[in-house]
Ligand binder design. Structure first.
Ligand code: KIV
Length: 253
């Protein structure tokens, strides 16, 4: 079993909730490291919160590399996860080359928005010993209209599909699964049914951990999702707000 799986399986066994926060620069990364945030995600949400775009579609590989290198400067304790942006995993060779570049600059794991067509590509990436987190539910890279931003898994068809995909990811050997905007009942079932840690966002409180965009935590995102909580409202500093998010997650269950 990989070191990542070993570590986070221990969290799951001990009911120690996994705290994940997005980050795009060195200054916030230092704060997250000091606060012992478990996982720091260089998300392609940077398309919205850093570049000011409507979605993640314009994010390029070079931008993820740049922000990963900034965040990795102060990495001591956290696990560093980097997003594979749109079009970076259309074919296995370029996906592997890019994922390896991320590991060279100190990322520990890459995250991929999973559709059925990516099964073989994920298999190939994992076969090169590159740790992968599979992202299910709302997939921002493949969402084109406003109505795509919704809860997934409410119909029987969608419920069965997401459950099947979660089991598929487990069998492919991913290190963890991230559920975005997945129906609460389904995210609970997935968390109980797979043998890998499950981290949720907008997917209820039954997962093994929670992730939130850092600018939502401190209340400065232009369009925060309805489920995001601004922790700065009840704090006197940015650091305290992030600590409150940390404590909120650790106290779930
Ligand atoms: O890009 C991102 O920040 C993400 C999180 C919202 C999970 O994928």
């Amino acid at each position: 079993m990989s070191k990542i799986r070993e570590k986070f399986n221990r969290y799951v066994e001990a009911k120690n909730q996994i705290v994940c926060v997005t980050c795009y620069d060195a200054s916030f990364s230092k704060i997250l490291d000091d606060l012992k945030i478990d996982i720091v995600l260089v998300g392609d949400s940077l398309g919205m919160v850093i570049k000011g775009d409507e979605n993640t579609h314009s994010v390029k590989k070079d931008e993820i590399l740049y922000h990963t290198s900034c965040v990795s400067k102060y990495k001591k304790n956290f696990l560093l996860m980097s997003d594979m942006p749109i079009n970076s995993y259309n074919d296995k060779n370029s996906a592997i080359i890019f994922a390896k570049k991320l590991l060279e600059i100190n990322a520990d794991i890459v995250k991929i928005e999973y559709q059925d067509k990516h099964k073989n590509i994920i298999k190939e990436i994992i076969s090169k010993n590159i740790p992968v987190c599979g992202h299910l539910g709302f997939l921002p890279q493949y969402s084109v209209k406003k109505e795509d931003i919704r809860v997934y898994g409410k119909t029987e068809l969608e419920y069965d599909k997401i459950f099947r995909q979660a089991k598929e990811l487990e069998n492919l050997g991913v290190e963890m699964i991230l559920l975005e905007c997945v129906d609460k009942k389904l995210s609970k079932l997935i968390t109980q049914s797979v043998n890998v840690p499950v981290i949720g966002i907008g997917s209820g409180e039954s997962c093994n951990g929670q992730v939130q965009v850092i600018y939502d935590i401190i209340g400065i995102s232009k369009n925060p999702p309805s489920f995001a909580k601004n922790f700065l409202e009840e704090s006197s500093s940015i650091k305290e707000a992030i600590k409150k998010f940390h404590d909120y997650v650790k106290n779930l269950n």
